[in-house]
Write a protein that binds this ligand. Structure first.
Ligand SMILES: *[C@@H]1O[C@H](CO)[C@@H](O)[C@H](O)[C@H]1NC(C)=O
Ligand SMILES: *[C@@H]1O[C@H](CO)[C@@H](O)[C@H](O)[C@H]1NC(C)=O
Ligand SMILES: *[C@@H]1O[C@H](CO)[C@@H](O)[C@H](O)[C@H]1NC(C)=O
Ligand SMILES: *[C@@H]1O[C@H](CO)[C@@H](O)[C@H](O)[C@H]1NC(C)=O
Length: 520
């Protein structure tokens, strides 16, 4: 249990007005209109959620209308597009099984809005992640190679989702990951091609690059939460965006709102001019090492570091974990644990400047972020001096430090909002499906998944988070447009620019230390 004691999960705030056209997928705002529309539907008996998804006003009423009433009709149509489809649990007693209804949720995606934005630049990494299979595709045999460590296999056939489970994951990582895919299918019903994939819910990547070198290499495609330079695992958004029920971390959408409010509470300049970290140091040597940098009476390292009291938090039911209230410091430290840590997004969302200790792993979005623009890079091999320099630099360049914090929180609020996360999943799965060289088939005995079969049996926090993160109606527009792959020169430049920024900071740091030494 220890290994997950990361309740670093205490932080945050965020900022920035999101300028995007954005519609909350989860909002209850349309309640009134929905009721009106539903009544209208009942009376007119128009509600037809058949495979065509044309649950719009029927042709008759349109035919004898003039242009102004057609406009009204279009508005009604849009309202109907937003009609919510809440959970419909039909099970009445324990012996009955909950099934997926066939005629409740729309099965086709027919958006009225044909405009699409270009996706954020981190989507370009989808092409890189799928590159090992671009030339020869993925055969059934290659796919099978991914089975041995997988927690489950999912199959999508004709827009429906099936799962074959192999082992339980820690907490409900597997459940909430499956939930995320069910919600994606609700957002874009019928839009994903047929596919089969294996998913591994552990912390670390498993497909070693060095085992699959050469022209005839056929690496197995395996999905997971993070990867590293020497692995081929395909990164996918982690479960906590839909909620981590066991430690009361609510779905990302709600957290972004809390953080936005929290950020207004303490002005940046009024925050503690120190770096803050709270977490479980026992999961990684580098975290134990970090603790040496805590402020002491002899040495002001400019850091306030705390050990998460896992036992006490468990006992108290994680009531403390309100991430909206926790941007009290100007600087926040991000440091990996067993591998990448889900705390990353909560730390970056706060408009405090993130002090990012050199990582070994990456998740799906961090490759779109840039040192000195979104965070401040920290050396891994001399953390204390590196952190101290960062804090002093920030306190001497308050506007610049604040701007770095704000850029990260804007990234979190906009580029990493739920719409974009779903679009990332869509493009990743869509690109992956195109590589399959066999026809996906429903395994014998596989279980069909829908929101009802997943959520109806849950109570308490799990149920609450599922309802909060449920997609209530199909999106009224298409996914964003994925940018093309980097050509190799551009990719090299992107990586070089990042490395340069990091090197720049290290040069400043060395000069500063030298200066200090000579000054003494
Ligand atoms: C369209 O219908 C509205 C209401 O029925 C009416 O007031 C309007 O004059 C009509 N317009 C035309 C161009 O026929
Ligand atoms: C559960 O409900 C089903 C269907 O209504 C019914 O046939 C069955 O007897 C019920 N079982 C129990 C234990 O109440
Ligand atoms: C770090 O220092 C602060 C302030 O002295 C103290 O409250 C805290 O417990 C220390 N943290 C650790 C891990 O020792
Ligand atoms: C990185 O730094 C090197 C040396 O300072 C420089 O020559 C190069 O143009 C820089 N690359 C980018 C992409 O900024």
């Amino acid at each position: 249990m220890n290994k997950y004691n990361e309740t670093y999960l205490k932080l945050i705030r965020g900022s920035s007005k999101s300028s995007h056209k954005k519609r909350s997928l989860f909002s209850k705002k349309a309640k009134v209109t929905t009721t009106v529309v539903s009544l209208f539907c009942l009376v007119a008996a128009f509600c037809y959620f058949a495979p065509s998804n044309n649950y719009i006003i029927s042709g008759d009423s349109i035919s004898n209308q003039n242009s102004s009433s057609i406009r009204t009709n279009k508005q009604q149509q849009q309202q109907q597009q937003q009609q919510e489809f809440p959970l419909r649990c039909t099970k009445r007693n324990k012996t009955e099984t909950q099934t997926c209804s066939r005629d409740y949720y729309p099965t086709k995606h027919n958006p009225t809005n044909q405009n699409s934005n270009v996706c954020p630049s981190y989507f370009r990494w989808i092409h890189e992640d799928l590159k090992p299979w671009r030339e020869h595709g993925i055969t059934k045999e290659m796919l099978e190679g991914a089975r041995s460590t997988a927690h489950f296999k999912i199959v999508i056939v004709d827009g429906k989702l099936y799962v074959e489970r192999y082992r339980k994951s820690f907490h409900t990582r597997d459940v909430f990951t499956l939930w995320s895919i069910v919600q994606l299918l609700r957002l874009y019903p019928g839009k994903l091609p047929d596919l089969e994939l294996f998913f591994d819910c552990e912390d670390r990547p498993v497909i070693r690059l060095d085992k699959f070198q050469g022209p005839n290499a056929s690496p197995p495609p395996l999905f997971g939460y993070c990867s590293d330079q020497s692995s081929l695992d395909i990164v996918f958004p982690d479960w906590s965006f839909w909620g981590w029920a066991e430690i009361n971390i609510k779905p990302w959408n709600g957290i972004l709102k809390d953080i936005k409010e929290g950020i207004e509470k303490t002005k940046w300049k009024d925050r503690v001019p120190y770096a803050y970290w709270k977490g479980n140091p026992t999961v990684a040597a580098t975290r134990k090492d970090l603790l040496k940098c805590n402020v002491t009476s002899e040495n002001d390292w400019k850091n306030h570091l705390y050990i998460q009291n896992w036992k006490k938090e468990t006992h108290d039911g994680y009531k403390e974990s309100n991430l909206g209230n926790q941007c009290t410091h100007r600087y926040k430290i991000y440091i990996e644990g067993i591998s990448w840590s889900v705390s990353e997004k909560y730390i970056l969302a706060c408009d405090s400047m993130t002090l990012y200790v050199r990582p070994n792993y990456y998740d799906f979005f961090i490759r779109g972020m840039v040192p000195l623009q979104h965070y401040w890079p920290i050396r891994d091999d001399s953390k204390c001096t590196s952190l101290k320099f960062a804090v002093e630099w920030g306190n001497n360049h308050v506007d610049k430090a604040h701007a770095i914090g704000e850029a990260a929180s804007k990234f979190m609020q906009e580029d990493l909002d739920m719409n974009n996360i779903y679009d990332y999943m869509f493009h990743l799965l869509n690109g992956y499906a195109k590589l399959l060289r066999f026809k996906p088939t429903i395994p014998l005995g596989a279980e069909e998944l829908c929101s009802e079969t997943m959520a109806c049996d849950y109570k308490g926090t799990h149920r609450k988070f599922m309802e909060e993160s449920m997609v209530m109606f199909p999106r009224d527009s298409n996914p964003c447009i994925i940018p093309p792959p980097y050509d190799s020169l551009t990719l090299q430049e992107v990586l070089e620019r990042k490395a340069n920024s990091t090197r720049q900071v290290e040069v400043w740091e060395d000069e500063y230390l030298l200066h200090k030494k000579n000054g003494q």
